[in-house]
Ligand binder design. Structure first.
Ligand SMILES: [Zn+2]
Ligand SMILES: [Zn+2]
Length: 307
């Protein structure tokens, strides 16, 4: 039996996107139109403009070759009232959220924040806990039972700002505890510098979905089912478990790691490694792959659950 998180459909397509960005409607320097053009020009297929506490409607910018995902980033609190940022994404409309609407919590406490996360997830939003390391959050501060679909493990904006964009250890810790969360990756760009500058915060962290088609609905379906990987460089072309073998296929990398719910225990190194086939050890409850290139940039799959 073949098990995978990637959509199994012969017509499925790979689409590259940035799911985290800020425009002039919060603290970014570019308009949604300028960002769309920049990302389209750089070979991206989709973009979410996720202004702080504000829903910027970008649906009219979707065209045949480029899809806009809807969303916003909330200044929220964890259950212990520690400040965190939470991402909400959707395809078209969410009942109760109007274009241009400010989404402020009347009292910003963990109780209020988490209740809103559950409410919006119920209405169809994809909910992601953003940049935990930049928020100085420990994984133990998040309840086992939580309203999140995903944890943002690549946040290029905070990596660029303070080298605090890597949430992969935080995510691993949540997986060790048995929390079922997808990973997430985006730029969190604000564009205070020119796009071609060394100080640009665009085009550093991205999400690649395997979706039925280019529609926002299919992209969000892929996100919700884990049919995607996140990356700062490498590409992953396949990842599956067939019978007792794990298969990873990727662009040329130096290191491929297979991890699970415990100690990372399988690896393949080489100059141009593009495939790793290895046997399951037996007790794994889940497996995931990380492919690292010669520049130290990584791509992460979501876990395949084996139970
Ligand atoms: Zn943030
Ligand atoms: Zn942000």
């Amino acid at each position: 039996m073949k098990r995978t998180i990637f959509l199994q459909d012969e017509n499925a397509i790979w689409l590259k996107g940035n799911i985290h960005s800020h425009s002039v409607f919060s603290d970014g320097d570019l308009t949604p139109e300028q960002m769309k053009e920049a990302y389209k020009h750089h070979g991206y297929d989709f973009l979410a403009v996720t202004d702080h506490d504000t829903y910027t409607d970008t649906r009219m910018l979707t065209d045949e070759k480029f899809t806009m995902i809807q969303g916003f980033e909330l200044w929220a609190n964890a259950s212990n009232d520690k400040d965190i940022h939470v991402h909400f994404l959707w395809d078209d409309k969410i009942d109760g959220i109007e274009p241009g609407q400010k989404i402020h919590l009347p009292v910003r406490t963990g109780k209020e924040s988490i209740a809103l996360c559950y409410k919006l997830r119920e209405k169809g939003c994809y909910v992601m806990l953003n940049h935990p390391h930049w928020s100085m959050l420990n994984s133990s501060e998040i309840e086992d039972e939580n309203p999140y679909d995903a944890v943002e493990i690549i946040n290029y904006g905070t990596e660029w700002l303070e080298n605090t964009g890597d949430g992969s250890v935080f995510w691993s810790e949540m997986l060790y505890r048995g929390c079922r969360l997808w990973n997430g990756g985006g730029d969190d760009n604000h564009n205070h510098h020119e796009l071609d500058s060394m100080y640009s915060d665009s085009f550093g962290g991205f999400t690649v979905v395997k979706a039925a088609d280019r529609s926002a609905k299919s992209i969000m379906n892929a996100m919700k089912t884990g049919s995607f990987y996140t990356s700062t460089g490498p590409s992953i072309y396949d990842f599956y478990v067939e019978d007792d073998e794990i298969h990873v296929v990727c662009s040329p990398c130096e290191r491929i790691f297979i991890s699970g719910h415990g100690r990372p225990y399988q690896r393949k190194f080489g100059r141009h490694v593009t495939e790793f086939v290895t046997k399951l050890r037996g007790p794994e409850k889940l497996v995931r792959a990380e492919c690292m290139d010669a520049a130290g940039r990584s791509a992460y799959t979501n876990p395949i659950y084996l139970d």
